[in-house]
Design a protein around this ligand. Sequence first.
Ligand SMILES: [Zn+2]
Length: 525
Amino acid sequence: MSISLPILSTQALRSRAARLPSMSAGLRSMSATALARTATTNPRALASRFLGNRRLLVVAVACFAALPSSLAAAPVDLSSYADRAARIAKAAAEDDGGWRKLVELCDDVGPRLSGSDNLACAVEWAQATMRRDGHENVRADPVTVPRWTRGAESLRILTPREIDIPMLGLGGSIGTPADGIEAEIVSVAGDEGLTALGDGARGKIVLFNVPMSRENERFGAGYGPAVRYRGAGATMAARSGAVAALIRSVTTRTLQSPHTGAMSYAGAPEQIPAAAISVEAAEMIARWNERGIPVRGVLKMNAQSHPPVQSANVLGELIGSEKPDEIVVISGHLDSWDVGQGASDDGGGVVTAMEALTLLRKLDLRPRRTIRVVLWTNEEFGLSGARRYVIDHKDEMERHVAAIESDGGVAEPIGFGVRTNDADRTNRAAETLKRIVALVPGMKLDAYSGYGGADISRMHDFGVAQLGLDADMTHYFDVHHTHADTVDKIDQAELQRNVAVMAVTAYILADMPGRLGDIDADATP
Ligand SMILES: [Zn+2]
């Protein structure tokens, strides 16, 4: 699917994309374990572990300081990069290229669900855009991805009064019979509530009314515990004999928006339809239940899974001047949900990576190693692109020096969570990164042992250092996976600061003499 294109209008790209062939391989569209793993490796799911990791980091750094000097890192001297970092940051502040890319991706291509024509259009757009920016080795690595369509859907409460409830089916759910499933809706406050209900769930629609906590919102710490019900709610409900599952949308603030996302039938005795409803509706149903008022409704969903289709990861490079075979990956995921525009999840991450490379090229800053943009396909529905990449690039994996992902929004940058397969190495990497981000003028950035990203987590077993570009997540979940995840929610200046942090960090990691996390990584050039 690597097609050499002149600069095409998105209209032309769309018509090309519509003609891309579907693959008819009889592969199961989505592995349940893949989804389960997605849920547990999600940055938000792991954010709650961050504080614990940070405490570990303090202990580990203290231990590291006590090592014999022969094993300790050479004194870090990255000061020779200060001028270049300042040039990059100034250029990023003045450059609106990332913003213009985001507007094109969101307004012209639109939402990019796995397996959709829009996602195919985005694959073409990304290649054409990176070629226009003059990048090297621009290509699309083919990846087979699942295809699921939502179709028409509704939830109507019949008693105690008739009302249509804002809802979105969960990705991967089966549909209902054409005339829907009519049943009593019972709300539970979690799995203990469901257990307490016993046989009372049989034949009912179970609503998991589990709020997302506002604890440590800056890092989205409340997401993990609450999103569990989105992933596994249908299985839990089916085990209790329920006929459908509803979840309270996973968010801390709400204006009647339902939030979709992936679900799984792993371990389910049978598949039942699953949907998210607005927080307001979930609370109303729970209040009726508490007052002993029975609630009855009819759920209609036309959701369908289809045979997998071909998509692609999109790659582009700035080839290194001295060690072109060594690679620093900078990345975001090209796919999104089918509602809204996928602006903050993850259009912002996509254009942050793309524009960081463009900025370095414009400034004629070619590092010693290669910087490779990777725009992952299908993060949301099971990490298809990330899984394929480590297979197709297996021989290169040991030469991947680091991989950075931006997939937590592009609000004010906070710094980097870093993860490697060795605690000492992680601590050395975090210490080096602290010094690197300190070179970005005008920002308060940090680096800490933490989480990299869902897509780059596939490189963990190959020993690749994984870096998550963290931005303030306080408002990330307001629009996450909703109709409201649109480009107007993104602050252009904040996006440009993310580009600055990505470009400075990628440049220094690709240029400094040692490899991030190695004992002598920071040796003076
Ligand atoms: Zn994402």
